[in-house]
Design a protein. Structure first.
Length: 251
């Protein structure tokens, strides 16, 4: 059985964590399959304009499989899981992480790799490293404060409390929160909205944001001007299409 499924739909590559009987707990084997998908998708910018990561069954992911840790998991290379998450976050295409149900600790670190975090009202987010006398190595200490602010991140990491979907959206942990019954339909709408825009611009803009993260503003502005990708090959067709539509509406 594949631990990570891939479905291509209208320009989106949809990756699904597929251990529903284990609440999609994250193992080395699962990360190996995810890594293979991510590496392949990185070279498919001509046919993949968006990546969606979600979970099968009742939740996104209950987190790092503790039985894997207890058994002394064997990694193919040091810090393997963190490298896979970095490759996912650094994909040239935008990434949406779609969260329903549990999204705990390692699962949250995986979800935070998304450019957009899309949540159901019933989503349950938590960082429980401190419950198990662990410290993060998959990005929590860096991505969580960039999402919610330094002091909110401290509070969440210190208390290990669970944050439901509506609160996650209110504090910036999630970008969207939708009713559970509308999760799939609203996710499809968001995908369509993103895919309708220029894939060239998405890749170029994401690269600018990644490359200038942490720069002083003047350095970032110079980078934007002198290192930006400029106009895309679809610019003229998009402008012409808009003008034609405007003329037809005015007729």
């Amino acid at each position: 059985m594949s631990l990570v499924l891939r479905e291509d739909r209208d320009g989106a590559a949809i990756l699904t964590l597929n251990r529903p009987d284990k609440l999609n707990a994250l193992t080395v084997a699962l990360f190996g399959e995810l890594d293979a998908h991510v590496r392949r998708i990185a070279g498919e910018t001509d046919k993949v304009g968006l990546v969606v990561l979600k979970g099968a069954g009742r939740c996104f992911s209950a987190g790092h499989d503790l039985s894997d840790i207890a058994a002394g998991e064997k990694l193919p290379e040091p810090f393997f899981q963190s490298k896979v998450i970095e490759r996912l976050a650094d994909l040239p295409q935008p990434v949406i992480t779609a969260v329903h149900g549990h999204c705990y600790t390692g699962g949250l670190e995986l979800a935070l790799s998304g450019d957009i975090v899309f949540a159901a009202e019933g989503a349950r987010f938590a960082d429980t490293h401190a419950k198990w006398a662990l410290t993060p190595v998959w990005g929590m200490s860096q991505r969580l404060p960039r999402r919610v602010g330094t002091y909110r991140a401290r509070e969440l990491m210190l208390t290990c409390r669970t944050v439901m979907g509506p609160e996650a959206a209110s504090i910036g942990l999630a970008d969207f929160c939708v009713p559970d019954a509308e999760f799939e339909s609203r996710l499809a709408e968001l995908c369509g909205q993103v895919l309708a825009n220029s894939w060239f611009s998405h890749r170029a803009n994401k690269r600018l944001l990644l490359e200038t993260d942490g720069m002083a503003q003047k350095d970032g502005l110079a980078h934007e001007i002198f290192r930006g990708a400029g106009r895309g090959p679809d610019m003229e067709a998009r402008i012409a299409g808009f003008q034609n539509k405007t003329l037809k509406q005015g007729a």
